[in-house]
Design a protein around this ligand. Structure first.
Ligand SMILES: [Zn+2]
Length: 665
């Protein structure tokens, strides 16, 4: 089962990263136990751990540590070691005023980055290896937090060979990871953390549960060379490019050369603040020309070549009167706190979004809680934290507020399962149909009045509309009405795969339908197929087979309705059976330079077949990450399957000889 999960796209890499940190931690633990004379596992079991880590990350530093004496990590359970900063970690000068910011910039090109509300961290590399991670502390002396930092997947363990250097940045916790972390802490019997900002400092100061730091992220923003092997950068642009290349995540750096670009960047930051996935409190600007940094130097408190810009955030405390829930057009049920009105940055605030059901659970929110909210600039007001909780526990609604269906939940969201009849979800379903049937000009704004007037209750109703019906849409005259009507009518002839895709069945995309239509020879066959039969097709997981069958069953009425309204789906020409890649099977994995569908199409058009997993029948694996430690790549190497880059695939398609010459089937 684990294997199946790992092979599902998208989750593959985080899981591998997680396993790597898990292994590194276990190896460090057993190394210490061994060298302190109390081994806990056999030598063979220990070797197996090292072998597994080596197969996933051959250069991992823990593999090269010999003996306990040279461990670059503080002893477990010891009181945090104080460590000095060779170069002080200063705070930043700040301004709330745009005119002051422009004055400071003075027309020079600057680098803009996000200002993350987290904890500063300095990572020391010696000989190219991570040897120490330390907090900012008082700026001169910080604390050794290496054992926690090695759990953060954004922090590479090695730089260029032989290099001594220090990389500085900010540790933070995203909203999504905070919710997962809060759940895990409660399961471990620890106190529920109060918010993503406090939890970082809280966990860095802990003497146990270092593995919880795997929920943290890290943005690198500075590089301090300490020996001649370090690159000599001339600009911030070069510096960030290099940091990205060696594997650090970056705080969205952007070079800005005039006031309009600076203000554009601030708008971008504001939009991110509203999203609330990363806790941000502004932006940082730094002169791009690093020669200026040396020239201007530091005051006792801050560098003169960097400036942070923050919005004067006003906070207020209010009381939750009630939590109201609404169903979105995708069926997600989201909470809003109705609060006692407070006046904040020029507006009276009565509602605060609480994002999702997990948020309510993580903060144990309920009527009567006194909460703190913040509004910075024109950014929408946000919930900050609970000041004084009321008695009792949070409650999730049991039924959909729109249709009364019993709600279902995954770990984060509450969802109304009544996809086909819930009124809240009807709009989303019809919009999806419009997109899949490629009906031009009919956007949400034009669709809403048609739905509000009762003319459109289902996708089939679209085909019953007459020209005059469109005139009820505001600012719509005969010409547009006629165009909309024509666009809808001409979408009646559409490929079967688009028709099925337009039904909006979760877990099935266009390629899925193409595959099913080919396998079951058309619509009737697909409608009759059982989950068992679908599950037997290569590349189909049990779960998605069941989703397809349940989804189709629930939509029988829609299908009948659409066909009766005159929609005539046709079986598109099958993929050419003969081509350069005929008879060959391919697996695509990892990140690509173009959308995945483009590579799939290129293979199919050349007659090749696609498979979701690597086997002896696989001809080649197409990837841009040939060194990846993913399950698919491991298997490919084990079986000696060819590994092709996108370029190799394209040149093979262009050049038949290449294939025949290299065919090892
Ligand atoms: Zn509902």
């Amino acid at each position: 089962m684990t294997k199946k999960i790992i092979e599902e796209e998208g989750v593959e890499r985080p899981l591998v990263a997680h396993r790597i940190t898990e292994l590194a931690h276990a190896i460090m633990h057993h190394k210490k136990a061994y060298y302190s004379g109390h081994p806990e596992i056999s030598d063979a079991a220990y070797d197996a751990l090292e072998d597994e880590l080596r197969s996933m990350s051959p250069d991992h530093p823990v593999l090269e540590i010999v003996g306990a004496g040279t461990l670059p990590f503080a002893a477990a359970g010891a009181v945090a070691r104080k460590v000095e900063h060779r170069t002080p970690m200063l705070s930043l000068d700040k301004t709330y005023n745009l005119a002051d910011l422009h004055h400071w910039v003075g027309g020079r090109p600057v680098m803009g980055t996000l200002k993350v509300d987290g904890n500063s961290l300095s990572i020391v590399y010696e000989g190219g290896r991570l040897v120490l991670a330390k907090t900012r502390g008082n700026g001169r002396v910080g604390e050794d937090v290496t054992e926690k930092a090695v759990w953060i997947s954004d922090i590479p363990r090695t730089l260029t060979e032989g290099m001594d250097a220090e990389v500085r940045g900010e540790i933070y916790c995203t909203e999504g990871n905070f919710l997962r972390l809060a759940d895990e802490m409660v399961q471990l019997g620890l106190d529920r953390p109060t918010n993503p900002r406090n939890i970082v400092a809280g966990l860095l100061g802990r003497k146990a549960h270092f593995e919880l730091a795997r929920y943290f992220s890290f943005f690198a923003f500075d590089f301090i060379p300490a020996n001649g092997k370090s690159p000599g950068f001339k600009t911030e642009v070069e510096k960030f490019k290099w940091l990205g290349k060696v594997g650090f995540s970056l705080p969205h750096p952007k070079r800005l050369s005039d006031p309009a670009e600076i203000e554009g960047y601030l708008d971008y930051v504001k939009a991110l603040i509203a999203e609330d996935e990363i806790g941000l409190d502004g932006a940082v600007f730094s002169y791009d020309d690093l020669a200026l940094h040396d020239e201007m130097g530091l005051t006792a408190h801050h560098p003169r070549y960097k400036m942070s810009f923050k919005w004067q955030g006003q906070t207020a405390v209010s009381v939750i009167k009630e939590i109201s829930w609404a169903t979105s057009r995708l069926g997600i049920v989201t909470p809003v706190a109705v609060i006692a009105p407070v006046y904040l940055s020029g507006a009276s605030i009565t509602n605060i979004t609480l994002h999702n059901a997990a948020h309510v659970k993580a903060y144990n929110l309920k009527p009567g809680d006194r909460i703190e909210i913040v509004r910075s600039g024109e950014v929408i007001p946000k919930f900050l934290g609970v000041v004084e909780p009321a008695a009792g526990d949070y409650r999730w609604p049991e039924n959909c507020p729109e249709c009364g269906s019993l709600l279902v939940s995954d770990s984060i969201r509450l969802k109304c399962p009544n996809e086909t009849a819930c009124p809240a979800q009807r709009l989303g379903a019809i919009l999806n149909w419009i997109r899949c049937a490629e009906i031009d000009d009919l956007n949400e704004k034009r669709l809403l009045p048609l739905m509000d007037s009762g003319l459109v209750k289902s996708m089939a109703d679209l085909y019953r509309l007459q020209e005059k019906d469109f005139l009820i849409i505001p600012q719509t005259r005969e010409k547009m009405a006629s165009k909309l009507c024509k666009n809808i009518q001409s979408s009646k002839d559409l490929p079967l795969a688009s028709f099925l895709n337009g039904l909006g069945i979760e877990g099935a995309g266009r390629t899925t339908w193409e595959k099913l239509l080919e396998h079951f020879h058309g619509l009737d066959g697909v409608l009759k197929a059982t989950a068992d039969e679908i599950g037997k097709i290569e590349g189909f997981a049990e779960k998605s087979a069941a989703q397809v069958v349940d989804g189709l069953t629930a939509r029988r009425g829609w299908i009948k309705d659409l066909l009766e309204a005159g929609v005539k789906p046709f079986q598109a020409d099958a993929v050419p059976k003969e081509g350069v890649l005929s008879g060959l099977q391919f697996v695509i994995t990892g990140a690509l330079s173009v959308p995945r569908a483009e590579i799939e199409d290129a293979i199919k058009m050349a007659g090749g077949k696609l498979s979701a997993s690597v086997s002896r029948n696989t001809y080649a694996v197409v990837t841009e990450e040939p060194d990846s430690g993913s399950t698919k790549m491991k298997k490919a190497r084990e079986l000696g399957v060819k590994i092709w880059s996108e370029r190799q695939l394209r040149s093979a398609i262009a050049d038949k000889a290449n294939i025949e010459g290299g065919n090892n089937l």
